[in-house]
Design a protein around this ligand. Sequence first.
Ligand SMILES: C[S@@+](CC[C@H](N)C(=O)[O-])C[C@H]1O[C@@H](n2cnc3c(N)ncnc32)[C@H](O)[C@@H]1O
Length: 149
Amino acid sequence: MNPVTLQPIGVVRSPYKTTGEVPKGLGAKHLAEGTIELRAEFEPGLADIEGFSHLYVIWIFDRADGAELIAYPPSDTRPHGVFATRSPQRPNPIGLTVVELLGRDGASLRVRGIDMLDGTPVVDLKPYLSSVPPERLRRGWLDEVERRP
Ligand SMILES: C[S@@+](CC[C@H](N)C(=O)[O-])C[C@H]1O[C@@H](n2cnc3c(N)ncnc32)[C@H](O)[C@@H]1O
C-alpha cells in the first residue's frame, strides 16, 4: 500500500501544554475548553457547521513516542491490543475526539471537551451523528474494569 500524506487544516489551542496535565484513567472528565483554529483557506468549509452541537475532531498525536501494538491503558492493570484502546502510541498516530461546539468566530471554533495538547495538528472535522442505540453498544474490557469494586 502506498503511504498517505495529510495536510493539517488547522491547530488546536488548548490549556494543556504537557501530557501530564490531561485528565486520565477511569472516570476522567474532559471539560476543558479551547479553540480549533483553521487555516484561512479552509474557512469556507465551515459553512453551516454552527447547526451541529458536537463534532468529531481528527488529529495527529504529533508528540507521541513511537508505536506499540500492546498498550497499557491507565484505566486497567492488564495490557490490551492497541486497536482496542485509545493509546497515543499507535502505528498511525491519529487521534479522534468528540467536542461540543460552543461557537464560531470566522475560522476559529470554540469547543469544550478537548484532550489534546496545545499546538496539536488537526486533519479533519466532521459533524457528530451517533446512530447506535445505547442497548446495542458494547464497551469491551472497559465494561469489566468499570464493574470492579
Ligand atoms: C488516551 S489519548 C485519547 C485521545 C483521543 N480522544 C483518541 O481517542 O484518539 C489522550 C492522551 O493523548 C495525549 N496527547 C494529547 N495530545 C497529544 C499530542 N499532540 N501528541 C501526543 N500525545 C498527545 C495526552 O496525554 C492525552 O492524555
